[in-house]
Design a protein around this ligand. Structure first.
Ligand code: GTP
Ligand code: MG
Length: 198
C-alpha cells in the first residue's frame, strides 16, 4: 500500500467529538516524546501534518488524520510523563482510555517504545492493560537512527525478551526512524494487509 493523501480532520477529548465519518482507525500511543507525531508525519510523507516538539507533552488531544480518503491514523497524547502535575497526567490518561475503550472504529494500536532504552514499568503496565482488555496491538521501536545497527539490534532483542516474559508470543514488531524513513514500508504495508481483512 502507498499513502497518497493525508489530511488533518479534527481533535477531540471525548469519543463523541471525533470525526463523524466512521472509518477504520490505527492509533499511535507511547510515552511522551517517544516520537508518535513524528512517525505519523513520516508515514504520511508530510512533516507538517502532526505537531511535534523536543519538549514532552506536546500532543494533548486525540487527533484524526484521514488517509487515502478511507482510513484514519490517530495521534494520541503520551502517557507517563513524570514531570506533569498529577492532575494533568490523570486528565491525559482519561482522554487516552476514553478513546481506546469507546472508539468503535479502533482497529489496533501501535505501541511505540524508544529503541535506545529498556522498556519501563509504565510501558509494561500499559501493554498489560491492553492484554487484559483484548485490544490488538503491535510494537514499534522508534528513533532507530540514534544508534548503530549492532547496538540497536541488541537493544531490540533485549526488549523482545522482556516482552516474552509476560506474553506467550510476540505481537508484530517494527523498528522505525522518522529521520531516515526506516520502517515506513513495513508499517504501511502491514496496515494495508490488516485493512484487507476487515
Ligand atoms: P508527545 O506528543 O509529547 O507525547 O510526543 P511524541 O511522542 O508525539 O513525540 P514527537 O513526535 O513530538 O517527537 C519528540 C522528539 O523526538 C522531537 O524532537 C522529534 O524530532 C524527535 N524524534 C522523533 N522521532 C525521531 C526519530 O526517529 N529519530 C530522531 N533522531 N529523533 C526523533
Ligand atoms: Mg505528539
Amino acid at each position: 500500500m502507498r499513502i497518497t493523501k493525508a489530511a488533518f480532520v479534527g481533535s477531540s477529548t471525548r469519543v463523541e467529538q471525533k470525526p463523524a465519518r466512521k472509518l477504520p482507525e490505527f492509533a499511535f500511543i507511547g510515552r511522551s516524546n517517544v516520537g508518535k507525531s513524528s512517525l505519523i508525519n513520516m508515514l504520511a510523507g508530510n512533516s507538517k501534518l502532526a505537531k511535534t516538539s523536543q519538549t514532552p507533552g506536546k500532543t494533548q488531544l486525540v487527533n484524526h488524520f484521514l488517509i487515502n480518503d478511507n482510513w484514519y491514523l490517530v495521534d494520541l497524547p503520551g502517557y507517563g510523563y513524570a514531570r506533569l502535575p498529577d492532575r494533568e497526567r490523570a486528565r491525559l490518561r482519561h482522554i487516552i482510555w476514553d478513546y481506546i475503550n469507546r472508539s468503535g472504529e479502533l482497529v489496533m494500536l501501535f505501541v511505540l517504545l524508544d529503541s535506545r532504552h529498556d522498556m519501563q514499568e509504565v510501558d509494561l503496565c500499559f501493554i498489560s492493560e491492553l492484554g487484559e482488555k483484548g485490544i490488538p496491538f503491535a510494537i514499534i521501536f522508534t528513533k532507530g537512527d540514534k544508534q548503530g545497527p549492532t547496538v540497536l539490534a541488541a537493544q531490540v532483542e533485549k526488549n523482545k525478551a522482556r516482552l516474552l516474559e509476560d506474553w506467550e508470543e510476540l505481537p508484530p514488531v517494527f523498528v522505525s526512524s522518522s529521520v531516515t524513513g526506516a520502517g515506513k514500508e513495513e508499517i504501511v504495508n502491514y496496515i494495508g494487509t490488516v485493512l484487507q481483512t476487515l
